[in-house]
Ligand binder design. Structure first.
Ligand code: GLN
Length: 195
């Protein structure tokens, strides 16, 4: 049976994640309230506007349930705004976060002049992600990754895809290309034993 993977559906590019999940054989389930987390194999926090999403999390009282979901060992992938929401700390218009990932996110770190761009993973990244094409849209930068954080992909030397146990965070938008390696990695974490 295909795994059920939640996509936080308060704001942002929910549909593109649902399509990417379908391509890798998962069933995407929109998550708008706590009970939607029941029986999910994993969760995606999409890109969008982290201020708006954080207000939705507050309104729907979802911070604690999502934190508990991750702390129970369920994999979570945060992309762009979703990566910001996973981080321990945020600079440049801080937002309340889930504080699960030992990094500091700097919002809109590439400046307003460079709204969006695509780039290829630096040589020497994790072999599974070799030559990954990364699409950045008003992207954050992840700084000061802690000792438990593995940098899987860098672009121009900066971490853009990181993993801490069962958390994955991408500052780019893997759902906007037809390269599904990041979504597949989330499903692999969900299938792996040893929560
Ligand atoms: N700039 C947005 C923020 O800081 C993130 C952009 C995105 O998710 N594409 O929330």
């Amino acid at each position: 049976m295909s795994p059920r993977v939640g996509v936080l559906a308060l704001q942002g590019d929910v549909e593109a994640h649902a399509r990417a999940l379908a391509r890798v054989g998962a069933r995407a389930v929109p998550v708008r309230r706590e009970k939607d987390l029941d029986d999910l194999a994993a969760l995606v926090l999409p890109g969008g506007e982290s201020t708006t999403i954080s207000k939705g999390l507050e309104r729907e009282r979802l911070y604690e349930p999502i934190r508990a979901f991750a702390e129970a060992g369920h994999p979570v992938l945060g992309t762009c705004a979703g990566a910001i929401l996973l981080s321990h700390a945020v600079e440049n218009h801080p937002v309340p976060t889930l504080a699960l990932l030992d990094v500091r996110a700097v919002r809109n770190a590439y400046g307003t002049q460079v709204d969006s761009f695509a780039a290829t993973a630096d040589a020497g990244c994790a072999p599974a992600f070799r030559d990954l094409r990364c699409v950045f849209i008003r992207a954050p930068r992840l700084e000061a990754p802690g000792p438990g954080v593995e940098v899987l992909v860098r672009v121009d030397g900066a971490p853009v895809l990181v993993r801490q146990r069962r958390l994955l965070a991408a500052t780019f938008h893997p759902e906007l290309t037809d390269d599904d390696r990041v979504h597949r990695a989330l499903l692999e974490l969900a299938a792996a034993p040893g929560r």
